[in-house]
Design a protein around this ligand. Structure first.
Ligand code: FDA
Length: 392
């Protein structure tokens, strides 16, 4: 039976950050992961360049049953602290848009940085290890693995959520929570493409591949970013963002021309180019295939001079307020994150420790805190990992 002060389950973003901080405090720390490689999600993140944080990260960028839970950790380890760490390793980075910071070269730079920090802090990272039963027979935890039994004073669960199972993602953390009597907010796929039913899929199939700048709304929540028509439904940043809020059975509203008022544009065109066909006019404003689709769907055709304001209003409504009801999402197979997770009611927001199970900590995506798209989920992993690292 090997003894540690701290065992961290999961060598992802949150787990490695926590282990580094624990190691720096002189705690004998072990990180376990069932995958053969550490931090696989960092490696594939941000298209291989890891959007590692966001300059504008604030509690407003997070969802959960109690989103205020993230305030303390985010305040005590900010995006600027993480940027400082990245800079200290001379990793080149740039801001893409909307405060999103990416590596210039590769996400592997972030993984290498975390592993170097682990080494400096004397943290042992043990991969390809199957984790079995976890118990707390006394003051300490026992962790069964296929490589032998372990014991520790502090056990940190950083096994993430079930998004992208083929990368080794599991709902294991939820099992551990339940095993110790902690409730779990039902998880669901988030930051995920939305899908259409067969009829709508067929009607929109010719639009696959078209991208537009759009404002996508669900109730009072709206995001303005790119939107992409796919063979299954809709994707792109604005759709991924709204997917975290959307619920089955409801519409989303899409404004596909956020910078112009189509009604005024058409009225003006009727004066300046009365002989132009409405469909041609639309295809000068929108991608051609989209304009053709909308014209067919809403019977928009004929010379501009012959069109009434009512027809123009119909066109404007179709473009500025397309109401569409997705049937579902692409699910965990492609979801960037998981909503829900270990209920924060039973965790300390300062330390991430379970209030009723001394020594048991939950950090990162396994917790019911989920960020918007744009580097916020990694910032939560760094901040919550750092918070627990000071107390394990
Ligand atoms: P994470 O999932 O990173 O780590 C969990 C670890 O636990 C893994 O190493 C896993 O193998 C291990 N594990 C799981 N089950 C286990 C078990 N039963 N036994 C042992 N080990 C187990 N976010 C962002 O801010 N910017 C971005 O650019 C992106 N891009 C992105 C792209 C894609 C394709 C995905 C899927 C996700 C993103 N994200 C992102 C989200 C981000 O990757 C995610 O929020 C963090 O990785 C969460 O960090 P954690 O450490 O909590 O879990």
């Amino acid at each position: 039976m090997q003894d540690y002060d701290v065992i961290v389950l999961g060598a992802g973003a949150a787990g490695l950050m926590c282990a580094i901080e624990a190691g720096k405090r002189g705690r004998k720390t072990l990180v376990l992961d069932h995958s053969a490689k550490p931090a696989e999600k960092i490696r594939i993140s941000g298209g291989g360049r890891c959007n590692f944080t966001n300059l504008h990260a604030s509690p407003a960028n997070f969802l959960g049953e109690n989103p205020r839970f993230c305030v303390s950790a985010l305040k005590r380890y900010t995006q600027h602290d993480f940027i400082g760490l990245v800079d200290s390793h001379r990793i080149p980075w740039h801001e893409k848009t909307l405060g999103q910071l990416f590596c210039d070269t590769s996400a592997n730079d972030i993984i290498a940085m975390l592993l170097r920090e682990c080494e400096r802090a004397n943290v042992k990272v043990q991969l390809a290890t199957k984790i079995g039963d976890i118990n707390k027979p006394d003051e300490r935890f026992s962790v069964a693995t296929d490589k032998g039994a372990l014991r520790c004073t502090s056990l940190v669960v950083a096994t993430g959520g079930p998004s992208i199972p083929k990368m080794g993602a599991t709902g294991f953390g939820y099992e551990v929570a339940k095993r110790f009597g902690l409730p779990v907010v039902p998880p669901r796929a988030a930051l995920v493409p939305l899908t259409f039913d067969d009829a709508l899929k067929q009607r929109t199939s010719e639009l696959a591949g078209i991208a537009v700048d759009a404002i996508v709304s669900y109730g009072k929540t709206k995001f303005r970013e790119g939107m992409l028509f796919t063979h299954r439904g809709l994707s792109g940043p604005s759709i991924l963002q709204i997917s975290s809020y959307w619920r089955e059975g409801h519409d989303i509203a899409v404004n596909m021309l956020p910078d112009q008022q189509l009604l005024s544009v058409l009225k003006e065109a009727r004066t300046t180019s009365p002989r132009q066909d409405l469909r041609t006019c639309l295809s000068e404003i929108l991608p051609k295939r989209l304009a053709t689709f909308l014209s067919e769907q809403h019977k928009l055709q004929g010379r501009l001079a012959d069109q009434s304001d009512k027809v123009f209003t119909r066109a404007a409504e179709a473009v500025h307020n397309w109401r569409v009801k997705p049937i579902g999402t692409e699910g965990y197979r492609t979801a960037e994150v998981t909503l829900g997770g270990v209920d924060t009611t039973n965790l300390s927001s300062k330390t991430m420790e379970a209030k009723d199970v001394p020594g048991l900590f939950f950090i990162g995506e396994v917790v019911d805190i989920t960020g918007h798209l744009g580097g916020f989920n990694f910032q939560w992993a760094w901040s919550s990992g750092h918070a627990a690292g000071q107390h394990v």
